[in-house]
Design a protein around this ligand. Structure first.
Ligand code: SF4
Length: 466
């Protein structure tokens, strides 16, 4: 009997020839990531359990990316950043992406030039950009959407502060091998769909608990036809179905990106065996699928966008690790180009690299020519309110957070979670949708099927590919 990608990675990291679902194994961890929300708690537990003078197991395998509560005047949030700085200095941690504009008093001014700052923004976007995600490896992070990195053929999952503190001290963790659910997508991605529609279809079918402690393996020619960035949207939301991890096959798109970014070269691609066994197999034909939304207040409360045309919206939001990538921005800008939004529309780049690319590229993902509008300028001209890179309103945050829902309003959003209060006010209604559906809805003020605006394939050029 063969093994799945997830089983093979866990077996290799446990020093075993094979593992089976349900088995508990000790594994060596390749990278541990933490951020400004969970980092201070993890550091506190590490100091308490390993002793004040203890050193982390490998300072080059600990990656710290502040991203959540950056643009706020909240003093506790600033103190968290200082805790990270002190730890990084004491431990000699190499991969730390400091928001050096956070000085500890009042609302920080954003970075002046996104291409000239060490600060990155959303950790799950920054991890692959900065070369910390590689096929066949194990990445743990103190954030539930750490599963995003599975799009690049690795085992990536979120852990709590206690587990993370143990990894900090030992480089090891104890894992139960998850059973794998296989999701096969046939056909080629049509221009009006994106990976968000695919993952909403999955969660709508199996529910928010339908993959609890299982691996979600996404495969088929439909997945191969997605950009690498779009695959990250799929694996990002594996956790919204309760999954332990999400994973995709490694192909030329993956290898091209990883080879141009990785900080190491000692990694190996792991492939699914033809005779691997699965908990269950689910199939879709992309040609028969249509744009979806997840209505308040759960990612499995799905409906076709066209069925929700009577839902009046007060706001649109584009950003987060799910919908703040450069190709997401191109999707949105290509619909908004030459038009004006009807409702307040907030745009937040997922990283400073995305921000820099939005200034550099046109809506086709090419270097903009003299006199041509950039993606950023296109969105501004359409009336969008543009923010600096961070998690921003994706998880609400302090009241002064850019784009936060401070009133009980309806918002359509490219983010990944819509439980009550997730983006701020507990009575606000959040509709999760693809960047195309969010852009179409921003133009009309009600939930809108993007097929009303998308008539041909949207070119994204080389954006996000290397
Ligand atoms: S963008 Fe949202 S989902 Fe992603 S890491 Fe930040 S808060 Fe979490």
């Amino acid at each position: 009997m063969g093994m799945t990608i997830t089983e093979k990675i866990l077996a290799r990291h446990a020093g075993k020839a094979r593992v089976a679902p349900g088995e508990n194994v000790w594994v060596n961890v390749d990278i541990l990531m933490t951020h400004d929300v969970c980092g201070p708690g993890t550091i506190g537990i590490f100091n308490e359990q390993f002793g004040a003078g203890a050193k982390v197991w490998d300072p080059d395998r600990v990656v710290i990316i502040p991203d959540h509560y950056i643009f706020t005047a909240d003093a506790i949030c600033h103190r968290n950043i200082q805790t990270l700085r002190d730890f990084v200095k004491a431990q000699g941690i190499r991969y730390y992406y400091d928001p050096d504009f956070v000085k500890g008093d009042g609302m920080p001014s954003p970075y002046r030039d996104p291409s000239q700052t060490r600060y990155k923004g959303v950790c799950h976007k920054a991890l692959p950009e900065e070369g910390h995600v590689r096929p066949g490896e194990i990445l743990l992070g103190t954030d539930s959407h750490t599963c995003t990195a599975g799009a690049l053929g690795q085992f990536a999952t979120g852990v709590g502060n206690t587990d993370a503190a143990f990894v900090l001290g030992t480089g090891k963790t104890w894992l139960k091998v998850p059973a794998t659910m296989k999701f096969v997508f046939h056909g080629h991605i049509p221009p009006y769909l994106s990976a968000k529609d695919l993952i909403l279809a999955v969660i709508g079918r199996i529910s928010v608990s339908g993959a609890t402690y299982r691996s979600l393996y996404f495969t088929g020619e439909g997945i191969a036809s997605l950009t690498l960035e779009d695959r990250m949207t799929l694996t990002n939301m594996a956790i919204e179905a309760g999954g332990k991890n999400g994973v995709c096959d490694v192909d030329e798109k993956t290898l091209r990106y990883v080879r141009s970014r990785s900080t190491r070269d000692d990694w190996e691609v792991v492939e699914e065996d033809d005779d691997a066994s699965y908990h269950s197999v689910h199939e879709w034909d992309l040609g028969a699928m249509e744009p979806l939304v997840a209505k308040p207040h759960s990612p499995d409360n799905t409906a076709a966008a066209r069925e929700c045309a009577d839902v009046k919206l007060d706001r649109a939001y584009v950003g987060s690790c799910t919908g703040g990538k450069i190709t997401d921005m191109i999707f949105v800008a290509s619909l908004l180009a030459g038009r004006e939004v009807k409702i307040p529309t907030f745009v937040v780049p997922g990283s400073t690299e995305v921000h820099a690319d939005m200034l550099r590229l046109n809506v086709r993902g090419q270097e903009k020519a003299a006199g041509e509008k950039s993606i950023w300028e296109t969105l501004e001209a359409a009336g969008c309110q543009m923010g600096a890179s961070s998690c921003a309103a994706c998880l609400g945050g302090p009241k002064d957070t850019f784009g936060r829902l401070n009133e009980p309003i309806n918002c359509i959003s490219t983010t990944n979670r819509n439980f009550p209060g997730r983006m701020g006010h507990k009575q606000a209604g959040v509709f999760l949708a693809s960047p195309l559906t969010v852009a179409a809805s921003a133009l009309t003020g009600h939930v809108t099927d993007p097929r009303e605006f998308v008539t041909k394939p949207i070119a994204t050029g080389e954006a996000g590919t290397v």
